[in-house]
Write a protein that binds this ligand. Structure first.
Ligand code: ADA
Ligand code: CA
Ligand code: CA
Ligand code: CA
Length: 199
């Protein structure tokens, strides 16, 4: 059907590149809307927990203008503070991005979107604060999860601002946090679009 007025426009790729072993970024990178997708041993993008990321970002790295295609494997891992700017997941794998820095890390997701997440989109396993803004999400179960069972646990924060949610289904949730660990989630400007066409 026709997208509602104001709905996110999903980008088209400038090209496609298979990734058969994790790309480890140690400095910022602009992919110019290239599509990267998993191949070989990286993982099939199902819910198996032993999959490898397509990209890892060292502390302080900004990744921008990239499409993560299918299979999405274990997506993107931020090892410390990071910025994911205009990153689009066409078919989220086990999860889309994992935040693994320490308690002073800040992870910014600015623009972009994610579709087809059988379970989680953003997985926060380290410490610090996740800021997600101007992001579109569609066909997912949980947009953000503060790890419930990680071997090192933290008090985590998440800030959502200007999020477009489409086709959530009856069991989807925006955030899952650990109130017993004093996690804090702040949600602003969450727009639910087209929810009548639940999938
Ligand atoms: C599951 C698991 C966590 C963590 C997470 C992940 O939620 O319980 O410990 O491994 O997956 O990072 O994918
Ligand atoms: Ca997982
Ligand atoms: Ca998927
Ligand atoms: Ca994972």
């Amino acid at each position: 059907g026709t997208a509602p007025a104001g709905a996110a426009t999903w980008p088209s790729a400038s090209g496609s590149q298979p990734v058969s072993s994790t790309i480890n970024l140690t400095s910022s990178k602009d992919y110019g809307m290239l599509r990267l997708y998993g191949s070989g041993a990286l993982g099939t993008g199902d819910q198996a927990e032993d999959q490898q990321p397509i990209l890892t970002l060292a502390n302080g790295v900004t990744l921008k203008n990239v499409i993560i295609g299918a299979p999405g494997a274990d997506g993107i891992h931020c090892l410390g503070s990071c910025t994911l700017q205009n990153v689009w997941w066409e078919d989220v794998g086990e999860d889309a991005a994992t935040f693994k820095g320490g308690s002073s890390a800040t992870y910014n997701v600015v623009g972009g979107g994610a579709k087809k997440a059988s379970d989680k989109v953003f997985q926060h396993n380290g410490g610090g604060t996740v800021n997600i803004s101007n992001f579109a999400v569609q066909e997912f179960k949980t947009l953000y999860r503060s790890c419930g069972d990680c071997s090192t646990q933290y008090t985590r924060k998440v800030n959502l601002n200007t999020i477009e949610v489409t086709g959530t289904g009856s069991t989807a949730r925006i955030v899952g946090i650990n109130v017993n660990r004093n996690d804090v989630a702040t949600l602003r400007k969450i727009t639910i679009l087209n929810d009548a066409s639940r999938k």
